[in-house]
Design a protein around this ligand. Structure first.
Ligand code: ARG
Length: 275
């Protein structure tokens, strides 16, 4: 089945502050190049059989291109499609949320608002589905808070969806999607040093094969790829990744994202999967 994804063009994309350690601001964003790279991503996704939907970019929302963060997109057989709006840590990103919520609401998604209080939850930056939809992995520590993940778990439990919290400890892997990438139902790509020892111990319960990226690879967003119909879209290819993908029967497709890396994001961050 073709995957459907939601993306947002980088019309107003920029690095204006330091939300994560990649955003030094030392290398200004080349917006034309960013647009070119974003179009390259769209083309690679379409070539991999994906259907793309877009949401309009909004001025002053410099990170809106990172479409993975504003809502968690939920689905389960027998249930309505739903979203859980995020409470982002940073104010400019918090302002993105209503635009995404509206996009989904208009398309018939039920909106489940959590009483997050001071807690944060950053959508699919930190909340990742097992590919078969049987459970959710939830990173916390830098952006989503432990409390936010607990409130999310309680809401998902009511729908019979288990959530497994994973504590993150490497500031360069501040979102779970920078150090955790399911390749199929049995295999996951991780960067071990990004997790607390407790988190690391729980992973073998869920995966037959755990493939390791070095911290250096993870910091180049090699674990922030997109699996689409037998392809693995990645910003860089290393011999280690090549070997892992061969073992899992996936074909690497390199898609350049250097402009977006200046903001601490790459391929996975730039889309939301739609059910
Ligand atoms: N500059 C953005 C931020 O710090 C990057 C978000 C990357 N998104 C992700 N899913 N990892 O919020």
């Amino acid at each position: 089945m073709a995957k459907r994804l939601l993306l947002c063009a980088p019309t107003y994309f920029d690095v204006v502050d330091r939300k994560n350690p990649y955003m030094s601001g030392d290398f200004p964003v080349d917006r034309r190049k960013a647009r070119f790279q974003w179009e390259g991503l769209c083309a690679a996704l379409q070539k991999s059989g994906c259907e793309i939907e877009t949401i309009d970019a909004v001025s002053d929302l410099e990170d809106m291109v990172f479409a993975a963060n504003q809502v968690f997109v939920g689905y389960k057989e027998g249930l309505e499609r739903f979203i859980v709006p995020s409470r982002m840590v940073y104010a400019s990103r918090q302002r993105e949320v209503p635009f995404y919520v509206e996009w989904f609401r208009k398309r018939g998604y039920k909106v489940i608002n959590l009483e997050l209080g001071d807690d944060c939850l950053e959508g699919h930056g930190d909340l990742l589905w097992h590919p078969d939809g049987s459970r959710i992995y939830a990173g916390y520590g830098f952006r989503s808070t432990r409390g936010g993940v607990e409130k999310f778990s309680t809401a998902m439990a009511k729908m019979g969806i288990p959530v497994f919290p994973l504590q993150l400890v490497d500031p360069f892997c501040y979102h779970l999607d920078t150090c955790f990438c399911p390749l199929n139902n049995d295999a996951v790509l991780i960067c071990s040093s990004a997790y607390s020892s407790d988190a690391l111990e729980t992973l073998p319960k869920f995966w037959k094969r755990i493939h390791k990226l070095s911290a250096e690879e993870a910091h180049r967003f090699i674990g922030n790829g997109i699996v689409a119909n037998g392809n693995y879209l990645t910003p860089y290819l290393t011999p280690n990744l090549q070997t892992i993908l061969e073992q899992e029967g996936l074909t690497p497709v390199v898609v350049e994202t250097t402009e977006f890396e200046k903001a601490g994001g790459s391929l996975f961050c730039m889309k939301a999967f739609l059910p």
